[in-house]
Design a protein around this ligand. Structure first.
Ligand code: ADP
Ligand code: MG
Length: 527
């Protein structure tokens, strides 16, 4: 019995099986559907998509990764392509649509080659070779980025997501956030917090040079602003100690009770005095604070937040450089944090405390405003992507010219070098170069230009040595885009090429697919 027969023998009627060419055909069909779904969103003139999920929720976006995340993808192959977008998005916050389109185009061309009799493993080998060369070419044509190019990277990432004026504003606040967050020419995206406040307009959003917690002072008569604040964070409580649950204290007379109470009062007094002697201005406590102690602290002019969630406590401790201690007695001068200003603010419905100009650098908060949840969700994605782009371009100081310029150069050099590849692998390298041209083609067509004309002109320009000629979608010109600051980080470009190729190759190599025709429903019964 051959392997095939054995597999068939164990399969019940509920399974369908595809083999060889028909597997690739079915997979390419699935990939094409994915490619079509995102292709029209590429670039700043890309269209928005309205997505409605299974429970009626609405998402408006033109972000490739979001689309693939939100739509129900059942087909396993399509799922593999969506995974490429997800990974690209997690690592770079950008280049997701590019990677998805490229992956689908590579698959489409692989099918054509298979139909011409080229073996899938030859195609995969050719694609791998071409991808390695493409990333090298991208590096060769990359240009060093100076600080203005970080601006360009954020601009390019934000472009096409909302109205121009909102985009400009979001770009501005992302750049402001990046500027605050920059330490030794790098940013730690984990230190940049994005908070949303429903209500208001996007243009009311702001950048806070520090952290923001959703808390309020424990007493309304406490100060609402403290400058040059000394901060202490206590993960514990300031209360009169109660007898341990295990120990039974038998109060034999009223005198014993008083003695107990006096002992507690003395300890509390000592704790409060200790806090005051260290000059603490702002005190965050995760647990409860005894009301007598709270009165003392209030009278001494402190701003106290009790029952402060641990997460907020940690945020403030990290940013101000305060140590989190378990009880007031453990407080030492070196465990205190510092902030330039601490202010109570927020809206009618949400009290916020702004801790700004903190001792530890790099902590920044973007407070996003917007009329609806959808607007806020989209704005959050936009700024998160913008920050990721800035972070990437700070890390890797090189950028590639966008607008399809880099892709055209890669395609044109690959086409030339394909001639030196022997055998049928050459066909795969050429196919790869054509697939890369799908990026400028989509950009042109999304900008309302004739994609055929645009490609012809781009090919000519690049053949004549205009390495940086691309499509300026704002002016519909094909020109050297360097002076226009249309750039993408080199690492994003390279990752998009590599991951798109890996995904395509993985799918090309599948020659046998067994699928359960009807999956059991949630109750585990066959539908
Ligand atoms: P991705 O998810 O791949 O980042 P985008 O929708 O963000 O997809 O589009 C990115 C593409 O748009 C890149 O190729 C970038 O160079 C290009 N692009 C951005 N702004 C412009 C512009 N003003 N003119 C031409 N191309 C642009
Ligand atoms: Mg982008």
């Amino acid at each position: 019995m051959s392997m095939d027969d054995r597999v068939s023998a164990v399969l019940s009627d509920e399974h369908s099986r595809l083999q060889d060419e028909s597997v690739l055909e079915a997979n390419v069909e699935a990939a094409t559907a994915i490619g079509d779904a995102v292709e029209t969103t590429l670039g700043p003139k890309g269209m928005d998509k309205l997505l409605i999920d299974s429970i009626g929720g609405i998402v408006v976006t033109n972000d490739g990764a979001t689309i693939l995340e939100e739509i129900d993808i059942e087909h396993p192959t399509a799922q593999m392509i969506a995974d490429v977008a997800r990974t690209q998005n997690q690592e770079f916050g950008d280049g997701t649509t590019t990677a998805t389109i490229l992956s689908c185009e590579l698959l489409d061309r692989a099918l054509e080659l298979v139909e011409k009799g080229v073996h899938p493993s030859t195609i995969a080998a050719g694609y791998t070779r071409a991808a390695a060369e493409a990333t090298t070419i991208a590096e060769q044509v990359s240009i060093p980025s100076e600080s203005p190019d970080i601006e360009a990277a954020v601009e390019t990432s934000v472009a096409g997501r909302r109205s121009t004026i909102e985009e400009e504003y979001l770009t501005e606040i992302v750049l402001q956030a990046v500027d605050y967050a920059k330490v030794n020419d790098a940013i730690d995206p984990d230190r940049i917090q994005v908070e949303i406040i429903p209500g208001g307009k996007i243009l009311d959003s702001e950048v806070i040079n520090g952290v923001v917690i959703e808390q309020s002072p424990s007493n309304p008569s406490m100060p609402t602003r403290v400058d040059e604040a000394t901060v202490s964070t206590i993960d514990g409580e300031i209360t009169a100690e109660r007898p341990d649950v295990d120990t039974t204290v038998v109060a034999e007379s009223a005198g014993t009770m008083d003695a107990l109470a006096t002992g507690d009062r003395e300890r509390l007094t000592a704790e409060v005095d200790h806090v005051l002697s260290l000059g603490v201005d702002v005190l965050l406590v995760s647990g409860d604070v005894d009301s007598w102690a709270m009165d003392q602290l209030t009278q001494s002019g402190l701003l106290v937040v009790k029952q402060c969630p641990e997460e907020a406590l940690a945020q403030v401790a990290n940013a101000t450089g305060a140590s989190i201690i378990a009880e007031p007695e453990a407080l030492r001068e070196q465990g205190l944090g510092v902030a330039g200003s601490i202010e109570v603010g927020g809206t009618e419905h949400r009290s916020l405390i702004f801790i700004e100009e903190c001792e530890s650098p790099g902590y920044v908060t973007l407070l996003l405003r917007g009329g609806t949840e959808h607007v806020l969700d989209e704005a959050t994605r936009i700024v998160t992507d913008g920050i990721a782009s800035a972070s990437v371009s700070l890390e890797d100081q090189r950028v590639c010219v966008g607008g399809g310029a880099t892709e055209m150069e890669v395609a044109s050099r690959l086409k030339r070098s394909a001639k030196s590849v022997s055998g049928r692998e050459q066909l795969a390298v050429t196919a790869f170069s054509e697939a890369v041209e799908s990026i400028p083609r989509s950009l042109a067509s999304n900008a309302g230009q004739d994609p055929v004309d645009a490609l012809i002109q781009l090919r000519n320009d690049h053949a004549n040595g205009s390495t940086f000629a691309g499509i300026n979608v704002s002016t519909a010109e094909i020109e050297d885009l360097r002076p226009h600051g249309i750039v993408d980080p080199l690492s994003v470009k390279q990752a998009a090429i590599t991951s798109a190729t890996e995904a395509a190759n993985m799918i090309i190599r599948i020659d046998d697919m067994v699928m359960a025709e009807q999956l059991p429903d949630e109750q585990g019964e066959m539908a």
